[in-house]
Every structure is written in structure tokens, then in C-alpha cells.
Design a protein around this ligand. Structure first.
Ligand SMILES: Cc1cc2nc3c(=O)[nH]c(=O)nc-3n(C[C@H](O)[C@H](O)[C@H](O)COP(=O)(O)OP(=O)(O)OC[C@H]3O[C@@H](n4cnc5c(N)ncnc54)[C@H](O)[C@@H]3O)c2cc1C
Length: 291
């Protein structure tokens, strides 16, 4: 049996100091619903587990005067969809926070852990990318901000340095006449890994007839979550109709780079990208119109 040290720092500076000392030998534990599973399977072998749940900065929810929403990285999912301020501002966050595992998992699992675990299938990530989320990161050397779509470098890999901690994420203020949605395809009704997931965010014109902006991000169809670039160039100013919706969903389909595995063939996944993007876009448009 291997000895593992455990600490639960109550200040950010203590946590950053520990992380800087142990670097790759540290295991950051938020909810532990990924970390502990990986430790049991010997996929990671930290000598020092740093429990970040007691650090105030990682448990804060802040809405600034501009209505940008900042969510601490260690906040569990259930506190997100049960928070009336968050749900008033960004009700779509429930789409993903309420489907990560079941009730027990949501009692522990954080968005920060879902992001930093860097699974291509992570359910919270596509919607957050579609919403233009940025990551607030800190080490003993200072702070930096990373757009979420630039955080991932491979399956299970991020661009975070070994001594860096994700402190919080910031979702920019909701535009007028905007809506967003996340949906996934899983073979069962719940508690499964997304075969494909699609996050969409849309802004429509004042007369509610044209697209102003559309952002799409995909899960489980590449080595990292995919931000589908270039949609606005094609769609901004276009009428909202079946044809323009089909254009968006085909751009998403063509941006996917799926593999075939036991959960679905590459061809099936590409088909799902088109179907799910179309459905999430239609829901986003309805939400933007207030329907
Ligand atoms: C039964 C079960 C069902 C699940 N269902 C789903 C599902 O439907 N959808 C889905 O997407 N996931 C699912 N998961 C995976 C997991 O629950 C989620 O990814 C969860 O959000 C991870 O959050 P956590 O707080 O538990 O992370 P942890 O396990 O604590 O951490 C995950 C990883 O991120 C790192 N990390 C955590 N916080 C930080 C930080 N602040 N800064 C830097 N690194 C950090 C950790 O070191 C670790 O490598 C499931 C897991 C289980 C066990």
C-alpha cells in the first residue's frame, strides 16, 4: 500500500504554496468524483492530495456591476442549479449541471473539476465555451486568464502548469435577445458518458428575425472539446429559417473529428453532431425569443 498525504488548506496562499512544492506529485481534489476514481485505477498516483473545498475564493459566486457571472471552481453542481441568482442570470447552466452523474455525484462534483479533468466528453464544457467563458487561474507566480476553448491540449490534458490552480470561471453578461442550450446523446436516460454533446449560444436581432451571432461547441467528437469556429461569418445577418439552421448544424458536423469506439461509429457521431446542433440551436432561438 502506498502512503498518501492529505491536506485541506483553508487559505489560497497555503494551497498555492503546497501545489508549488509538490507540482506533478500533487493531486487536486475538489469533489473527487474523477480524481478518486483515477487514483483507485492507478491512472494517477499523487503523493500529496490537496483538498480545495475549504478555500473561500474557490467557493464564491460573484455577479459584478456589468452582470458578468463568476463561479468558484470548487462549487458543486447542486449549488449552481439551486442558486436563484445564477438561475435568473444563466438558467441554461441547469442543462449541464443537472445531468452530471446523479444527485449524489452532483452533491460533490464541481464545474472546475469537470473542466480540469479535461475529458473530451465533459458535459459542462460545450455550453460554457459557447457562452464565452474564461478561466481565472493562479499560481504563486501570479494570475492569468485563459479562454475556456484554449484550455485543453489533449485527452485529460490542459495547458495549466503543474503549480497552477483554476480559481474560478467567468461567464460574460447575457446579451439582450440571447439564448443557450446544452444537450447530449446517451444510450441510457441518465448516468452515462455523452456519445455526442452540443452547446449552443445565440444572439438574435431586435425584430427577432435574424441571427446576430451563433457559438457552438461539441463534446466527444475529438481529442478535446471543440469550439466550432467561423459560424458567425456564414450566418450573421441571415434570416432565421430552416435553411440557415441547417447551415449552422452542417458547419458543426464538418468541424467534428470523431473516432469509432464501442459507444458509436465516427459516422454515427457526425450524424449526431448535425441533429443535436440543430435541436440545441432551435431551443436557443426559442429561449432568446422568450418563448
Ligand atoms: C458515477 C459517475 C457519474 C458521472 N457522470 C458524469 C456525467 O454525466 N458527465 C460528466 O461530464 N462527468 C461525469 N462524471 C465525472 C465527474 O463527476 C465530473 O467530471 C465532475 O464534474 C468532476 O468534478 P470534481 O469536483 O469531482 O473533480 P475532481 O475529481 O476533484 O477533480 C477532477 C480533476 O480536475 C483537477 N482539478 C479539480 N479542481 C481543480 C482546480 N480548481 N484547478 C486545477 N485542477 C483541478 C483534479 O486534480 C483532477 O485531475 C461522473 C463520475 C462518476 C463517478
Amino acid at each position: 500500500m502506498k502512503w498518501i498525504d492529505y491536506s485541506s488548506p483553508e487559505t489560497l496562499s497555503e494551497a498555492l504554496g503546497l501545489l508549488n512544492s509538490y507540482q506533478k506529485d500533487a493531486g487536486i481534489l475538489a469533489g473527487g468524483t474523477d480524481l478518486i476514481v483515477k487514483m483507485r485505477a492507478n491512472r494517477v498516483n499523487p503523493t500529496q492530495v490537496i483538498d480545495i473545498k475549504a478555500i473561500p475564493e474557490l467557493n464564491q459566486i460573484n455577479i459584478n456591476s456589468n452582470n458578468d457571472l463568476t463561479i468558484g471552481s470548487a462549487i458543486p453542481c447542486y449549488k449552481i442549479y439551486n442558486n436563484s441568482e445564477i438561475m435568473n442570470l444563466r438558467p441554461e447552466l441547469k442543462d449541464s449541471a443537472s445531468i452530471i452523474g446523479g444527485t449524489q455525484i452532483q452533491g460533490r462534483a464541481s464545474l472546475g473539476g469537470n473542466i480540469c479533468n479535461a475529458a473530451p466528453s465533459a458535459d459542462s464544457v460545450p455550453l460554457l465555451i459557447a457562452l464565452g467563458t474564461t478561466c481565472n487561474v493562479q499560481s504563486i507566480n501570479g494570475e492569468r486568464t485563459i479562454p475556456l476553448e484554449n484550455l485543453f491540449s489533449g485527452p485529460g490534458q490542459t495547458v495549466l502548469e503543474p503549480n497552477e490552480l483554476l480559481i474560478s470561471i467567468t461567464i460574460p453578461k447575457k446579451s439582450n435577445l440571447s439564448g443557450a442550450n446544452y444537450i447530449r446523446f446517451i444510450p441510457r436516460n441518465e448516468m452515462d458518458i455523452a456519445v455526442v454533446g452540443t452547446g449552443v449560444s445565440v444572439i438574435i436581432s431586435d425584430d427577432k428575425k435574424k441571427f446576430e451571432s451563433v457559438r457552438v461547441s461539441l463534446a466527444s467528437v475529438g481529442p478535446t472539446p471543440i469550439f466550432v469556429d467561423g459560424i458567425d461569418k456564414e450566418i450573421s445577418g441571415q434570416e432565421i429559417n430552416d435553411e440557415s439552421i441547417r447551415v449552422v448544424s452542417n458547419i458543426a458536423k464538418n468541424a467534428s473529428k470523431p473516432i469509432s469506439d464501442m459507444r458509436g461509429t465516427a459516422e454515427f457521431r457526425q450524424h449526431l453532431c448535425e441533429v443535436l446542433t440543430r435541436r440545441a440551436l432551435i431551443t436557443s432561438i426559442e429561449r432568446a425569443k422568450g418563448e
